[in-house]
Design a protein around this ligand. Structure first.
Ligand SMILES: *[C@@H]1O[C@H](CO)[C@@H](O)[C@H](O)[C@H]1NC(C)=O
Ligand SMILES: *[C@@H]1O[C@H](CO)[C@@H](O)[C@H](O)[C@H]1NC(C)=O
Ligand SMILES: *[C@@H]1O[C@H](CO)[C@@H](O)[C@H](O)[C@H]1NC(C)=O
Ligand SMILES: *[C@@H]1O[C@H](CO)[C@@H](O)[C@H](O)[C@H]1NC(C)=O
Ligand SMILES: CC(=O)N[C@H]1CO[C@H](CO)[C@@H](O)[C@@H]1O
Ligand SMILES: [Cu+2]
Length: 588
């Protein structure tokens, strides 16, 4: 299906891949023996749930406290090969982790706390070994250093910062900067923190290795605070009552090492690449199915879905609901109470849970999202459970001074009418003759193809995003903030898809005559400026995209139009690594 001109003939690939599998994948450290899905499931099932305490993610200040106004902060964060205990009864697991030293590196890495308007400078250093701890695939577009080493580059997800600090997939570097990717410019990144307060996270973004490097452990939270706003809102605060829950799924071998399949879906085309990674164990803040003892009062949880591909549909038991106060980096205008939240990979929800309202002393955090979402398998007795909260029986109900005000925060209003440009963004999946996915493209193009999305810095655009695949894809743009305003089913999807496969041109295929089906509700908890929007299969999602600071509708205070520009992509990491990623080049 689709434009054959972009495909390398399979025969060439299989000769290449045979050679590369032997020379490159084979070079990973001692390759474990093959394992079955049933064994992986058994290993995860052998871990007793709710025995490890939820870890507190260590914090680094991204500013320098001082009398008067805080001053810019300077941090040096390394990437280390180290070991991490994912469960009390499990051997230590070899991981790649962020930290200020090998001894203090953690999974997830340290959270960086920044203050709005106060820049944070981070020097990112790679101390990783010559060989990866996980398999990877040289036949997808991948950073392959000539002299060994693990290519890395850090992207601050949700960050509004100059292109040179964006962590472009082609700005990768190996240990000691022995080798740099073609778009590498500097080792110290500057995060101006000029955007509104909210939740972000940082993770690796090296070309073709994002799924592997995140699976290995290179993920961590980043928070921008506006102290005056936080004081006014008076949400639960302080390290005990304001916590991150960074959730991801992983599978493990019996010896505790991380599992990733060495064999691809279509091994003759891509020897290792699989369309989605799903693990058997649910990990929160680095522990499998942890528990947290809580007081009967309000807590704030900043929930980040750091899975490679698993969507989470989260609920609480025993009568508790989420009071959602923010989504991605933005607050909602007013709180939304919901018994369930659907979180795409890389999506963030900021919620308050009031344990004083619980009908029992033990509360489970559960997941019932099918995988792949929305038409895959239902989670089993392992992945349907995430963590447990235990209300301390000994605790007297403390005086809880925090509140959840009805008015949270409003940003400059912007309407679709101020959009200057409309673009059609069409998602395709390509399959082998056996019907297995081989790669995914946006608008039929690859990352190396010249930029076609060239918005004016400061402008507002409308992107009509059309999913012609069977999966929901979380769309992520670097730099921009955006929100879905309409989700409409495509009628005669088969006819439209057939036309698109030939013409790859939504207007020529009369998209407006197809985008006339039923409308899907956009949940109230997603009605704010976001960094990830879920794209429903078979629908056209209308997204308003702002290329400015949405808080006051003002231009970026830096030049966003310079090299190496930005990117936009699907945030299912396995898709992003296999071409569901495109350049985003702002112009003056
Ligand atoms: C690994 O992938 C291969 C090819 O898709 C598949 O046959 C095998 O079952 C997978 N292994 C596991 C443990 O899922
Ligand atoms: C987490 O994100 C992944 C992709 O980034 C997505 O597939 C998964 O559904 C998300 N899970 C939750 C709980 O949001
Ligand atoms: C996927 O599931 C939804 C309901 O969740 C259903 O409406 C839709 O028809 C299904 N699509 C496919 C392709 O099976
Ligand atoms: C698009 O619609 C016009 C008329 O509205 C029709 O002439 C044309 O054939 C249609 N094109 C396709 C590809 O369906
Ligand atoms: C939900 C839905 O209709 N998804 C379709 C998207 O397009 C692919 C073809 O590219 C179909 O296979 C899916 O059924
Ligand atoms: Cu995707």
């Amino acid at each position: 299906m689709g434009s054959s001109k972009v495909l390398i003939p399979p025969k060439v690939i299989s000769v290449l891949s045979l050679f590369m599998v032997l020379s490159i994948i084979g070079a990973a450290e001692a390759r474990p023996p093959p394992v079955t899905e049933a064994t992986l499931h058994q290993i995860a099932a052998s871990l007793q749930m709710y025995v490890d305490e939820l870890p507190q993610i260590p914090k680094l200040l991204g500013y320098t406290p001082s009398y008067g106004a805080p001053k810019p902060g300077k941090l040096t964060i390394g990437m280390y090969k180290t070991s991490w205990k994912f469960h009390r009864d499990f051997p230590p697991t070899t991981v790649f982790a962020y930290g200020t030293s090998a001894a203090t590196a953690t999974v997830p890495g340290p959270q960086i706390e920044a203050i709005q308007g106060v820049p944070t400078y981070v020097t990112w250093l790679n101390y990783l070994p010559d060989h990866h701890i996980l398999p990877w695939d040289p036949t997808i577009a991948t950073a392959i250093p000539k002299n060994g080493g693990v290519p890395t580059v850090v992207h601050l997800h949700g960050g509004i910062h100059p292109p040179q600090s964006d962590g472009n997939a082609l700005a990768w570097f190996t240990a000691n900067f022995r080798e740099n990717g073609p778009k590498w410019t500097q080792s110290t990144y500057m995060y101006p923190n000029v955007q509104h307060a909210g939740n972000l996270w940082y993770h690796d973004h090296a070309l073709g290795l994002t799924r592997v490097n995140l699976l290995a452990g290179l993920i961590a939270p980043f928070v921008i605070k506006d102290p005056a706003l936080e004081a006014k809102l008076n949400l639960p605060s302080g390290p005990e009552f304001d916590r991150h829950l960074m959730i991801f799924d992983r599978s493990f071998y019996m010896d505790g090492s991380l599992y990733m399949n060495y064999t691809g879906d279509n091994p003759t085309i891509h020897p290792q690449w699989q369309p989605e990674y799903f693990g058997d164990a649910m990990i929160v803040n680095g522990k499998a199915w942890p528990c947290l003892k809580v007081q009967p009062r309000k807590y704030r949880f900043r929930i980040i879905n750091a899975s490679n591909a698993r969507y989470l549909s989260l609920s609480l038991t025993n009568g508790l609901a989420f009071i959602i106060v923010g989504s991605d980096t933005s607050y909602l205008p007013s709180p939304v109470t919901s018994s369930n939240i659907l979180i795409a990979p890389a999506e963030i929800f900021d919620v308050v849970v009031d344990f004083s309202l619980a009908k029992a002393s033990e509360i489970m955090l559960t997941n019932d999202a099918p995988y792949p979402y929305p038409n895959g398998t239902s989670p089993d007795q392992l992945t349907s459970k995430v963590m447990k909260f235990i209300i301390k029986p000994e605790a007297p109900a403390p005086y809880d001074k925090s509140s959840v005000p009805q008015g949270l925060k409003t940003y400059a209003t912007s309407s679709i009418t101020e959009a200057t440009t409309k673009r059609y963004i069409v998602m395709y999946e390509y399959q082998s003759s056996t019907g297995n996915p081989t790669h995914l493209l946006i608008n039929g193009k690859r990352l190396v193809d010249p930029a076609t999305e060239t918005p004016k810095s400061g402008s507002t655009e409308v992107w009509e995003v059309i999913n012609l695949t069977g999966d929901n894809h979380p769309l992520h743009l670097h730099l921009a903030e955006f929100q879905a305003i309409k989700v409409q089913q495509l009628v005669d999807l088969a006819g439209f898809t057939t036309c698109m496969k030939v013409k790859n041109d939504a207007i020529a295929c009369n998209v407006t005559s197809h985008a006339t089906g039923s409308l899907l509700d956009i949940p109230a908890y997603e009605k704010t400026w976001k960094n990830v929007v879920k794209i429903e299969p078979g629908y056209q999602t209308t997204v308003v995209v702002k290329f400015n600071l949405v808080e006051n509708d003002t231009p970026y205070p830096f030049d966003a139009t310079v090299e190496p520009n930005y990117l936009y992509h699907c945030h299912i990491l396995d898709h992003e690594d296999n071409e569901m990623i495109r350049p985003l080049k702002l112009v003056k």
